[in-house]
Design a protein around this ligand. Structure first.
Ligand SMILES: Cc1cc2nc3c(=O)[nH]c(=O)nc-3n(C[C@H](O)[C@H](O)[C@H](O)COP(=O)(O)OP(=O)(O)OC[C@H]3O[C@@H](n4cnc5c(N)ncnc54)[C@H](O)[C@@H]3O)c2cc1C
Length: 424
């Protein structure tokens, strides 16, 4: 085994960071370099909490605490994994020369690798709808979650000072992100209204969806429960409503019926949660792609036709034999894949046969829907309410417990509990 081999992991999200972690745990003997354009590893499942946290607070320290709940600095995180063996470089990659095996950074520098792991995730899909990119907010990064929080806080402050007489929040797309955010915002504002902090009748939350139901990937009976929950929280759900165009403070919609009626609504903030797509970087790579533009990989997670490049997470396309579709874009999928990627990198160097992914028939998805209320379906049974929230909490807890030393984990957890429960 060549001890001087250099593994470069591009992307420090769930897939990339966990690959690094497994390489360290499995005592990989070469050099490990993790590259990310950001400073922190982001826990996306809590971004809806960040976007709706501390909406009535003006304290700057509170906002810092809020940010810390979902972003852990790579420097601290790597130290916790035996930092001496891993180097972190904050760099944005803009290209790759796969023949000479060099990554190209935005500042013109390059980095040589022996093996490369591509874990750059995905980006927001705007479907070329005119004006959406320019006039909406998105919830994909920690920065974006903080921006939504800031903008809604400002609107609420203006309402309090009678500088405006109502607020209209419109969310486009009733997938997990749209449902989580709409219900958490509604729940938080309902609670604030009970405490006399805001007049809820002056705030409308609209969730628009082109399809005929919410959470398309879920079981119909669960979709029905989610719809009821949204209704109870006061979220106005507009199904079969397609966004045609977005201008400043005005959404041009079409109701998808036989007549395709066009309507217009005004808004104070529009949050686009309509879907994701592969990143522009992945698009630029001359590597095999599947129909959705994800990098085609073998069940070993090697990119098709290459033995030195691995891809995983949202960036990779591996077809499930059960659904005949590529594996869903989920943190739990990326985390599961990361172990196999690390094992295979090591096995390849040792000349051993590579392992292949055992794909589960189903992935258990837990969708939070305002406060301590979530939805999940397991063994054909729907579980709604607090119990599903507890399961979700245990899963989140397990993740942080795995990546952080006990005292850091405990501090982060207590702080997050305190911050998020203010909304419940
Ligand atoms: C709001 C929201 C809520 C979600 N909730 C859940 C949930 O509850 N459960 C669940 O299972 N999944 C959830 N997901 C999906 C989950 O976040 C993704 O499937 C998962 O993050 C994919 O992991 P990844 O490693 O492929 O990419 P990511 O975790 O996105 O990591 C990609 C990393 O690559 C870096 N990067 C990208 N491009 C470059 C570049 N050019 N140069 C350098 N660095 C780069 C990024 O900064 C990032 O750190 C949610 C996603 C969102 C947006």
């Amino acid at each position: 085994m060549n001890e001087k081999r250099r593994i470069v992991v591009l992307g420090g999200g769930f897939g990339g960071f966990m690959t690094v972690r497994h390489l360290v745990k499995l005592r990989f003997d070469g050099e490990i370099i993790l590259i990310d354009k950001r400073d922190e590893h982001v826990f996306t499942p809590w971004l809806y909490e960040v976007a709706s946290g501390f909406l009535f607070s003006k304290e700057k320290t509170n906002l810092k605490d809020l940010k810390k709940t979902s972003g852990i600095s790579f420097t601290n995180l790597i130290q916790a994994q035996d930092g001496a063996r891993v180097r972190f470089k904050k760099q944005e990659v803009i290209g790759c020369d796969f023949d000479s095996k060099h990554l190209i950074f935005i500042d013109g520098k390059t980095l040589q690798f022996d093996e490369l792991v591509l874990a750059v995730g995905s980006e927001v899909q705007f479907f070329n709808i005119p004006g959406v990119k320019e006039n909406s907010r998105t919830l994909k990064t920690l920065q974006e979650a903080m921006e939504i929080q800031t903008e809604i806080s400002k609107l609420l402050e203006e309402l309090r000072l009678h500088k405006r007489d109502r607020i209209k929040i419109v969310i486009g797309g009733a997938g997990s992100t749209g449902v989580e955010l709409a219900s958490e915002l509604a729940n938080c504002l309902n609670e604030a209204s009970k405490n006399g902090q805001v007049d809820r009748t002056k705030i409308r939350i609209l969730l628009i969806e082109a399809g005929d139901t919410v959470l398309q990937q879920m079981h119909p009976s669960l979709q029905l429960c989610v719809k009821k929950r949204l209704e109870k929280l006061g979220v106005e759900l507009k199904l079969k409503t397609r966004l045609e165009r977005l201008s400043k403070n005005r959404a041009h919609l079409v109701t998808v019926t036989t007549e395709n009626t066009a309507t217009e609504i005004d808004f104070d903030i529009f949050i686009w949660a309509g879907g994701i797509r592969p990143t522009a970087l992945i698009e630029s790579f001359d590597l095999p792609k599947d129909q959705r533009g994800r990098i085609e990989v073998e069940a070993t997670f090697q990119v098709k036709g290459r033995t030195d490049i691995f891809a995983l997470g949202d960036a990779a396309g591996l077809t499930s034999p059960y659904t005949k579709k590529s594996l869903p874009s989920l943190a739990q999928v990326a985390i599961r894949e990361s172990r196999l990627v690390a094992q295979n990198i090591i096995r390849q160097q040792q000349g051993k046969p590579l392992k292949i992914m055992k794909i589960p028939k189903q992935w258990i998805i837990i969708t939070p829907a305002g406060g301590k209320y979530s939805f999940m379906r397991i063994f054909g049974i729907n579980i709604c309410g607090r119990s599903a929230s507890w399961v979700r909490k245990i899963i989140d807890l397990q993740y942080f417990g795995t990546i952080l030393p006990w005292p850091v984990f405990w501090r982060l957890w207590r702080s997050a509990e305190k911050v998020f429960s203010l909304n419940d």
